[in-house]
Write a protein of this length. Structure first.
Length: 114
């Protein structure tokens, strides 16, 4: 005699129907659709080397320490870039006066071993 399946073992029409979307919970806020952002243009950094007096190089360490005392970790390149922006904001006579205060440095790379 064949065994008939019990109603619990057969899928019902309600089980096969697609489920309706759940309403959002009261505590959660539905996300608003954001406007698509324009793709960020990546600027390729340029690597360069230069020579400076030891006193000026030590000044970089001093400025990094000042930034750290204000809870702002910084890199040497950030300090140099900030300095460039500060120089660019100066008027021409002030810029020339600041450049006149610098110690002259020999052009080129230092000899190895020194």
């Amino acid at each position: 005699m064949p065994v008939e399946p019990t109603p619990a073992s057969q899928p019902t029409v309600a089980d096969q129907a697609p489920k309706a979307a759940k309403p959002p919970k009261a505590g959660k806020v539905a996300k608003a659709s954001k406007a698509p952002k324009a793709p960020k243009l990546r600027v390729k950094p340029v690597r360069d080397g230069f020579t400076m007096p030891e006193a000026d190089f030590a000044l970089i360490g001093t400025l990094k320490a000042r930034a750290m005392s204000a809870q702002r970790e910084t890199r040497k390149s950030e300090l140099l870039r900030a300095g460039l922006h500060a120089l660019a904001a100066m008027d021409t006579p002030t810029l020339v006066a600041a450049l006149g205060q610098l110690e002259p440095v020999k052009v080129g790379r230092p000899k190895k071993g020194h």
